[in-house]
Structure formats: structure tokens, C-alpha cells
Design a protein around this ligand. Structure first.
Ligand SMILES: C[S@@+](CC[C@H](N)C(=O)[O-])C[C@H]1O[C@@H](n2cnc3c(N)ncnc32)[C@H](O)[C@@H]1O
Length: 283
């Protein structure tokens, strides 16, 4: 009896796996979004959440809906591209950035920066604030990209929830901020509206790290808390994209749980700061 139950469960898992693979293949062929090599456990959980949210009961039913209804694809995209972010997230990163990366940036007459996987923009606004306080913003162009067009709209608008400002002010102070954080925004009916001067040198654009190519050469690339959702193959592919997109002696800044160690490019970088995952391309 117990053996039969086990067998049935194993069969269900097999079917589930086939259905998930077909769904991801369908999404890729219909829309070009490639989630086929995303880390499977969290991907499966998120896709199932969408199955239930759409009032469906199988992955195949969701696949059918996705193929015929682009709005459903948008909703799945939001589920899959975990958008959690914050201003001056991990404040010690910004302290180290001021100490160790800013001097490198000062050596360039003009700096091109790529913030990949920028989500709703909090990170790129934080960077713009830091660079303007260091007197570097005017000679910088920042390309801020994400796979998800909807989060980019929020980033372009530069309006963030007012109730987050207390936490962001704390982060800003811990990150070594040099002014009053409230100087950078005005409280409006729809939230904290950040100064337009901060976006003057930022270009927001959709870019898929998995399937799109390099589009420029950068002195600095920030890609924090994006690759944690990718499996090893995909991480290596994105590392290659960054390697090819960085100028020699360019800087790569990753998230706390990300690294260039154990990638094919490990020997091409020197460590600028091990704890904050900041690297410099040397070869
Ligand atoms: C957790 S957020 C990180 C935001 C920000 N970098 C930070 O550290 O606060 C991850 C972002 O990566 C984006 N993303 C996921 N897969 C992507 C892909 N293949 N190409 C580009 N962006 C992607 C998501 O849309 C999401 O906005």
C-alpha cells in the first residue's frame, strides 16, 4: 500500500516536471523570456502560486493561458522576477564603495556605469546620490536595466512610498550620507518624489541578462541580488556578459551572496573588497 502511494507520488512529480519544462519552453518561444535555467525550487513555487492566483489547477492549464494571454505573462513575469529592493540596501556596501571604488572612478574623465537588474530604481537613485555627493555625477552616464518593463516605469517616475523614508533615512546615514536625506525628495500626495536632477544622467531600458547581448563598454557594473536566482550555467553566462562588457580595470560589484569565485572568470579579477563582493578586472 505504502509502496503504491510512493509510486503515485513519484509519477505526479514526473508529470509536474514535464509540465513545468513545457511551460518554460512555451514562455521562451512565445515571449523570448528564458527562465529555463532558473534555480528550480523557487521557480516551481512561484509558478504554482500563479497557477492558483489565476484560478487554475495544473501547470498545463497555466501554459495554455500564458500562450494566449500576454497580460497573464506580465503577471507571471512579476512573480518570477523577484523585485525586492531598497535605498542604500546593505549600507556597508556604500561605505566601502565610497572608500574603494570612488577613488578609482575619479581617475576617469568620464564614467559609464551599468546597473543591471535595477528593479524599481531604489539602488540606482542611491548610487546617483552618492556620486553627486562625491562630485562625480556630472561626468557619469548610468544605464539602468531590468527584464521587467513594469518595474522600470516605477524607476523612471522616481516616486517611492513615503512610509519607507524612515528606513531609507537610517540606511542613508549608515551608508555615510553627507547631507540631510530629506533634501533629495519632496513629499507629494503619491509618495516621496525624488529630485529630477538625480535622473538627468540615467538611461532606463529593458535588457534581459539571459538572452540579450553586451551593449556598451563600462567602467563599473553593479549587479546585486539578481544572479542568486540563476543556476550555475546561467550565472556563468551572465558573468561572461559582464566580463565582455567591462573595460580593463573596470569594477564589478555583486550582491552579498554572489561572487566571481568558481566561475570561468575568477582569475580575470582581483578582489577589491571580499566582504562587499567588489572586484576589478585585471585581464
Ligand atoms: C531582487 S531584485 C534586485 C534589485 C537591486 N539590484 C537590489 O539589489 O536591490 C532582482 C531584479 O532582477 C531582475 N531580473 C531577473 N531576471 C532578470 C534577467 N534575466 N535580466 C534582467 N533582469 C532580471 C528582476 O526583474 C528584479 O527586478
Amino acid at each position: 500500500m505504502a509502496q503504491k502511494v510512493d509510486e503515485q507520488a513519484a509519477q505526479r512529480d514526473d508529470v509536474d516536471e514535464i509540465e513545468l519544462a513545457l511551460l518554460l519552453e512555451g514562455v521562451y518561444r512565445r515571449y523570448g523570456f528564458d527562465f529555463r535555467e532558473y534555480a528550480p525550487a523557487s521557480l516551481r513555487r512561484r509558478v504554482w502560486r500563479r497557477v492558483h492566483a489565476e484560478g487554475l489547477s495544473t501547470l498545463s492549464a497555466l501554459q495554455d493561458k500564458l500562450l494566449h494571454d500576454p497580460a497573464c505573462m506580465e503577471r507571471l513575469l512579476l512573480d518570477l522576477s523577484i523585485n525586492v529592493t531598497a535605498m542604500f540596501r546593505d549600507p556597508t556596501f556604500y561605505i566601502t564603495f565610497r572608500e574603494k571604488v570612488v577613488p578609482l572612478l575619479r581617475s576617469y574623465p568620464f564614467t559609464r556605469i551599468w546597473v543591471a537588474g535595477c528593479s524599481t530604481g531604489e539602488e540606482v537613485y542611491s548610487l546617483a546620490i552618492l556620486l553627486s555627493e562625491e562630485g562625480l555625477y556630472d561626468r557619469t552616464r548610468i544605464y539602468a536595466t531590468d527584464i521587467n518593463e513594469q518595474v522600470l516605469d516605477t524607476a523612471r517616475a522616481g516616486v517611492f512610498p513615503l512610509d519607507k523614508m524612515q528606513q531609507y533615512t537610517q540606511n542613508y546615514i549608515k551608508a555615510g550620507g553627507k547631507r540631510e536625506f530629506s533634501e533629495y525628495y519632496v513629499a507629494a500626495y503619491d509618495g516621496a518624489r525624488f529630485s529630477r536632477s538625480l535622473t538627468e544622467n540615467i538611461v532606463f531600458a529593458q535588457h534581459n541578462l539571459v538572452s540579450d547581448r553586451a551593449f556598451n563598454e563600462f567602467n563599473l557594473i553593479l549587479c546585486r541580488n539578481v544572479m542568486i536566482y540563476f543556476d550555475k550555467t546561467l550565472q556563468d553566462r551572465v558573468q561572461r556578459l559582464f566580463y565582455e562588457s567591462l573595460s580593463t580595470f573596470g569594477t564589478l560589484a555583486l550582491g552579498r551572496k554572489e561572487s566571481v569565485a568558481f566561475t570561468p572568470y575568477a582569475d580575470s579579477y582581483e578582489v577589491v573588497d571580499a566582504a562587499e563582493r567588489i572586484y576589478r578586472k585585471t585581464a
